[in-house]
Design a binder for this molecule. Structure first.
Ligand code: P61
Length: 467
């Protein structure tokens, strides 16, 4: 099957309301054209994120009823710990309420001012947490990652030459760890190959630097390895994951992605000293080490989700559904980032809206138009999220790509809804000239995309279609 059908049926449904174009236009004005500020109930298909938006299985919900809410030593913690060890293989398992807390605990323990942390591409929370320690977050992905047309199978790979140059330039003492984000979210949900991971490990070993994974979408990355990398077709995704994590010294994880839960995360590592310091900090800011900011029932749902996500019928449907959307868009001539990612399709906003200057935030403008016309919410991954001001000139330094990410929640939308998204975007593409740019009127000092406000640069002309 080119697009495998759902390996589940629907037991519970959540109604969604259709809004009118007029309503959405008003909501956009009130939200300062920031889709993070729009009420979710006014969104028809919500592709803002695949994080924390999964539908849990009946098995996970049943596990929630077995929550042991003891302050210390909950049985759900032991189940969770055993599950994490059996997949990831690291000795210490430290639960956190979500991924960024795992990052915060790790970096606040091991990163000191003036240091630098290389990654393929840091996700924004990872970058912000590294920078919060006064350190530099370096993106060293292979250059193909920045070419939206390049069809390389593992565009999340680390550029090993640049990594080695960096280690030699800044010195081993200034690099507390090297990270690999699997899959590489900010670079289009692209996987990292096992070979690249093996070689990264061999390189950092020569300098005695630990290798950590940002493991949010590990199962999707392992599925791509099975599909694309010679020698892995006959291995199970679990075996691939075990080999992959075997090359690392630890990982941070937002279980809101491949943990198939609505909240949860963890940090897992081998180093006893680091684990001890992190656990002490955990007690200060999250909670006792056997719950770490979660309820016992959340730990149980996470333990069960981590097993379910390795089911290959689920993964081939999942990756297939994202591909289904991407291929329909391609057939309509819509410019997207290639190859299609694991959790999302990324619209290439500079090619979609070539009439908009980058200072007019083409990706944000595209996301706004998609919501106003069709009630579909995506997220800007471009200048709003990653743009920086040049301190000397005051001018904006733009990131390489201007993208609108359409992240598909796991097990949530039917293929009819996905087809609606594809048809809507194809229609918007046909009237793309009418999409107007934006001007930013407010920005916060960190993670500005959540609260930034905009004005429309000119009145948008109405698209030629009914609301
Ligand atoms: C997302 F707009 N991702 O993709 P937490 N690493 C990686 C992530 O993708 C990630 C985290 C760490 C989100 C949610 C999100 O500004 C934003 O559990 C590769 O969210 O703390 C999260 O995990 C952090 C969207 C987060 C954003 C921050 O949609």
């Amino acid at each position: 099957m080119k697009f495998p059908s759902e390996p589940f049926k629907i037991k519970v449904v959540e109604p969604i309301r259709r809004t009118t174009r007029e309503e959405r236009d008003r909501l956009l004005r009130e939200a300062g054209y920031n889709l993070f500020q729009v009420p979710a109930e006014s969104v028809y298909v919500d592709l803002l994120t695949d994080s924390g938006t999964s539908a849990m299985s009946d098995n996970q919900w049943a596990g929630m009823m077995l929550g042991d809410e003891s302050y210390a030593g909950s049985r759900n913690y032991y189940h969770f710990e055993e599950t994490v060890r059996s997949i990831f293989g690291y000795q210490h398992v430290i639960p956190t309420h979500q991924g960024r807390m795992a990052e915060n605990l790790l970096f606040s323990t091991v990163v000191k001012p003036g240091m630098c942390v290389p990654n393929n591409i840091h996700f924004d929370t990872t970058r912000a947490n590294v920078e919060h320690q006064g350190a530099q977050a370096l993106d060293l992905v292979i250059k193909e990652a920045y070419d939206p047309h390049c069809e390389a199978p593992f565009k999340g790979n680390m550029d090993l030459m640049r990594l080695e140059e960096t280690i030699n330039r800044v010195g081993r003492a200034h690099i507390p760890l090297v990270m690999l984000t699997i899959t590489n979210n900010s670079g289009g949900g692209q996987p990292v190959s096992m070979e690249n991971i093996r070689r990264t490990r061999a390189l950092v070993d020569r300098y005695g630097i630990p290798l950590f994974f940002d493991a949010c979408r590990f199962a999707e990355n392992c599925f791509f390895i099975k599909e694309r990398e010679p020698g892995y077709a006959e291995k199970s995704v679990l075996e691939i994951a075990q080999e992959l994590f075997g090359y690392g010294h630890g990982c941070t994880m937002s279980a809101k992605k491949d943990g198939l839960v609505n909240i949860g995360g963890f940090l897992s590592l081998n180093d006893d000293r680091w684990a001890q310091d992190i656990t002490n900090m955990l007690i200060l800011v999250e909670g006792f080490p056997t719950y770490g900011g979660l309820a016992g029932r959340d730990l149980e749902a996470m333990a069960r989700g981590l097993r379910e996500v390795l089911d290959e019928a689920y993964l081939s449907f999942r990756i297939g559904q994202v591909r289904y959307l991407g291929e329909m868009l391609e057939q309509a001539g819509v410019p997207i980032l290639k190859p299609i990612g694991g959790h999302a399709v990324y619209l290439n906003a500079r090619e979609f809206l070539p009439h908009l200057d980058r200072d007019r935030f083409p990706a944000q403008s595209l996301a706004v138009a998609l919501y106003r016309e069709y009630g579909i919410r995506g997220v800007e991954i471009g200048t709003v999220m990653f743009g920086k001001k040049d301190a000397a000139t005051g001018r904006t330094i733009h990131p390489e790509l201007e993208l609108v990410r359409l992240a598909i929640p796991r097990r949530v939308y039917t293929n009819m809804q996905i087809a609606y998204v594809a048809e809507s975007i194809a229609e918007l593409y046909r009237c793309r000239d009418s999409v107007r740019g934006l001007a930013m009127t407010y920005e916060a000092p960190v993670l500005r995309h959540f609260t930034a406000r905009f004005e429309e640069a000119q009145q948008p002309s109405l698209l030629r279609r009914a609301s």
